[in-house]
Design a protein. Structure first.
Length: 78
């Protein structure tokens, strides 16, 4: 097994685990934090697949902009 394969399995496991934790949490803030972890794991998966631009956009747009919007809405509604 190469390092690339191990990183792919590592990020895939983190992605699936954080998605399951996101769906099963009762607190919306904790669920949003697991969603951020999922976005970073997906960015790592894209990097292991040699898709650097998509990984950069995934981290910048989704984990940066959209998750900040989600967290602001969650905090304002509570």
């Amino acid at each position: 097994m190469t390092l690339e394969t191990l990183l792919f399995y590592f990020f895939g496991t983190i992605s699936v685990g954080s998605a399951l934790m996101m769906v099963t949490r009762r607190s919306p803030v904790i669920a949003a934090l697991y969603l951020i972890l999922n976005f970073f794991a997906l960015g790592g998966l894209y990097l292991s697949l040699h898709a650097q631009f998509i990984a950069f956009i995934q981290i910048l747009v989704y984990a940066g902009a959209i998750m900040v919007l989600f967290l602001f809405v969650i905090m304002l509604l509570n």
